[in-house]
Structures are given as structure tokens and as C-alpha cells.
Ligand binder design. Structure first.
Ligand code: MLT
Length: 409
């Protein structure tokens, strides 16, 4: 019989969102009349913006003509999309990138899960706690950790508690590691790392030779223009950081699939013998071998996000979700919950009522109010006692959920 990768056996729990789906389905089956409101997984609910639909329709028609058919996409993405990204996401913020530093992909979940492959098996990894589970689980699968302890911390990973005291944006550790994952605006806490904290991380990474894996999948939800959207707005980050961005939440692409990862030319790693190797070359090699590019039709849709109409339409969608976030924050805050996040991110992070663990609160919320959220403990042990609500839903459902939750606990 084939030997399995036994590192998978160390995974302490199933992937978080399927588990929530399973519990929700079980509840729906035994309560067929319950009008369930889903504020669990952060999945968009608004239709694709018309500018994006038009661009994809035109691209599909082009593909149906002898001259317009497109086969495999270029490894790193079509130049029209790379240039739109460079101009609108970076040059406008004073960051210059070259085309070959951008890798268009089919999602930041994949990229943030796959990126660890190009680093040594013995690299030490730091994550915040709570954290997007993909960063941890993929390192467990790759064998960089031991088993999980009783609390759910994997041996060998350095966890940095993201707490109310540090604004859920911990600074760098007082020891060296090789890889550190950061996510801002943060999933799950919905908070954002201030410029000074990012500057501390960059200084630390340069000092100890670490690589920062900076997940900015929610950058478009930042409301304050003074807050950094890219890690490259911090001096020195080109030598120490990889950045991931996504069209999923910003333009409703969760079912379309398009994202990109930036690997600057200055970023280097080392071999055991001490030879300096550009990380960009490794990621290019990995992608060329394992990935055949994002479809032409999808990349034309992503390009349309940057057109004048696309920018306006997607900005309206983000404003809609952020108004949902404001209502959740203020509505539940007014109902006595202690609430965080939701100002620069589409997630609300709330303390569970006294004495209720976060999975217990999940069950009680579903039972009493028919509202689905995400237990904080699903994002790591320090998430225990907290709960995440997503702002991705209709205004009616969000208002209804606030009404149902207020007074239920
Ligand atoms: C979430 O709800 O945390 C996200 O939708 C998950 C993801 O982006 O993969």
C-alpha cells in the first residue's frame, strides 16, 4: 500500500469552513423552516459589476473567433493585466514594480498555501494567533511542525498572540525565524496594522534575514488613505517581503478566481552552503511547473476592475459591504457586545458573552437566532472567546441579523 504523507495526520481539525458548513446543514435539515442568515465564510453576495461582465463577455466572444482564440496564458499573466496592476495598485501609492515581479494566479488562498514550498523544510515559521488557517495547515502538511498540543498550538511554530492589548496587530518577535505570515487588513479580526507596526516588522525581517509573507487580500477595504495598502510602502520591504492581493473580495471574484503575488527582484534566500538565491526565480519555476495560468477571459475581467467604470462600480460594492460592517459594529456594540474590526475590513470580531466558548456561541447563535458566524477558536487558540461575523450579505439580512442577535444573549 502507498505510504501517505503522515504530516496530514497531525492536523488537529478539519478545515474550518467545511466544518461550519456541515454544522449549518445539519441544523437546516432538522429545522427546515429556519430562515438561516449566513455571516460565516467571507463570500461575496453582490453580482459582478457590469464593467467586469462586459469585459468577460467581449473576451468570450473574441475566443470564439479564429483570430481571437487564446490558449495557455503567459506564465505570469497577460501584460495588459500586469500593467493595470502596476499602475493602479502600486504606482498610485508610490511603489514601482516591474512586470516580472508580479505573478497572476487563481487565488490568494492557493498562493498563501503554496508559497511555503519554495522554502527549506527546516525553516521556522511565525504566525499571529488567531490566524487564517491556511498559513498554519500548509506548514503542518509540509512537515515543518510537530503535533498540536492540548490548546491547538503546533510544536515548532512561533505563535504571536493578537490581542485586544496590541490592537490585534502584534509586533515582531524577539527571536529570529525564517518565515513570518502577516495579514492586513486582518482576517479574522478585521483590524489593520498601523504603518509603525509594519515598519517594525520590516526592520526585524531585514535584521534577522526573515521573509515576510504579507497577505493583503482585503486591502481595498481600507478606508483611511494614510494607512498603508502595500508592505512595499514601507522602506526596505522589497528586500524582505512577498505580497499577495486578490480580486475575490474587492471585485466579487470568489467564484471567478483571480489574484496575484508580488515577489520583488531584491528578495533573496540562501542555500545550506550560503549561496544567495533570488526567491523570484524559485516562485517563477514553481508556477511554471505546477500552474497553467489564469484564463484569458478572467484576466480581461480583472483588467476591467481598473477601468474608470470598473473602479467606480467596485468601489460602490465595497462601500455597500462596509456600510454592513458599520451597522454590525454599531448595532451589536449598542446591544452590549464588545466589538472590534469592521472599520477597514469586512469582518467584525466580537467577544463572546461571558462564559461561552466560541464554538458554544456558534451553536447557541445558530439555535437561538439562526445566524451563522465563525468561531474565533477556529482561527487559533487565542481566538477562543471571540467570534467573527462577515459583512458580506444583503443589507436586509444584516439588519435582520442584528435585530435577532440583539437581546438574544
Ligand atoms: C474567510 O471567510 O476567511 C475567507 O473567505 C476564506 C478565504 O478567503 O479563503
Amino acid at each position: 500500500m502507498a505510504r501517505i504523507n503522515e504530516h496530514y495526520q497531525k492536523l488537529a481539525a478539519g478545515y474550518l469552513f467545511p466544518e461550519i458548513g456541515r454544522r449549518t446543514r445539519a441544523f437546516a435539515e432538522s429545522n427546515p423552516d429556519a430562515a438561516i442568515i449566513r455571516l460565516g465564510i467571507g463570500d461575496v453576495t453582490l453580482p459582478l459589476a457590469p464593467a467586469i461582465v462586459d469585459a468577460m463577455r467581449r473576451a468570450a466572444e473574441e475566443m470564439g473567433t479564429p483570430d481571437g482564440v487564446h490558449g495557455y496564458a503567459p506564465d505570469q499573466g497577460y501584460e495588459f493585466l500586469l500593467d493595470a496592476i502596476r499602475e493602479h495598485d502600486f504606482a498610485t501609492r508610490g511603489v514601482e514594480l516591474s512586470r516580472d515581479e508580479i505573478f497572476v494566479s487563481d487565488g490568494s488562498k492557493q498562493d498563501s498555501g503554496n508559497i511555503q514550498e519554495i522554502f527549506g523544510a527546516d525553516c521556522r515559521v511565525a504566525v499571529t494567533d488567531p490566524v487564517y488557517p491556511v498559513y498554519v495547515d500548509t506548514n503542518v502538511m509540509a512537515g515543518r511542525t510537530g503535533g498540536a498540543d492540548a490548546e491547538g498550538h503546533y510544536e515548532g511554530i512561533l505563535y504571536l498572540p493578537a490581542t485586544e492589548a496590541n490592537g490585534f496587530a502584534p509586533g515582531p518577535p524577539d527571536q529570529a525565524v525564517e518565515l513570518a505570515y502577516l495579514c492586513s487588513p486582518n482576517n479574522p479580526t478585521g483590524t489593520v496594522a498601523p504603518r509603525e507596526t509594519l515598519a517594525q516588522w520590516v526592520a526585524w525581517a531585514r535584521d534577522c534575514g526573515a521573509v515576510l509573507i504579507y497577505d493583503a487580500a482585503y486591502d481595498a477595504f481600507i478606508q483611511d488613505p494614510a494607512l498603508p495598502r502595500s508592505i512595499y510602502e514601507i522602506d526596505g520591504a522589497r528586500e524582505c517581503a512577498i505580497e499577495m492581493r486578490s480580486f475575490s473580495k474587492r471585485a466579487g471574484f470568489t467564484g471567478v478566481r483571480c489574484a496575484y503575488t508580488v515577489v520583488p527582484g531584491e528578495l533573496h534566500g540562501t542555500t545550506a552552503a550560503g549561496e544567495r538565491v533570488p526567491i523570484r526565480a524559485l516562485w517563477a519555476r514553481r508556477q511554471a511547473t505546477k500552474f497553467n495560468g489564469v484564463p484569458y477571459i478572467v484576466q480581461r475581467g480583472a483588467e476591467a476592475v481598473y477601468s474608470p467604470e470598473g473602479r467606480k462600480q467596485t468601489a460602490e460594492q465595497i462601500a455597500y459591504y462596509m456600510e454592513n460592517a458599520r451597522r454590525l459594529r454599531e448595532g451589536l456594540g449598542g446591544a452590549g457586545f464588545t466589538v472590534f474590526g469592521g472599520e477597514h475590513a469586512p469582518y467584525i470580531w466580537l467577544r463572546t458573552p461571558e462564559g461561552l466558548g466560541s464554538w458554544d456561541f456558534f451553536d447557541a447563535l445558530l439555535e437561538k437566532t439562526h445566524v451563522v458566524g465563525t468561531p474565533g477558536a477556529g482561527f487559533g487558540p487565542a481566538g477562543e472567546g471571540y467570534f467573527r461575523l462577515s459583512a458580506f450579505n444583503s443589507r436586509e439580512n444584516v439588519d435582520e441579523a442584528i435585530g435577532r442577535i440583539s437581546g438574544a444573549f
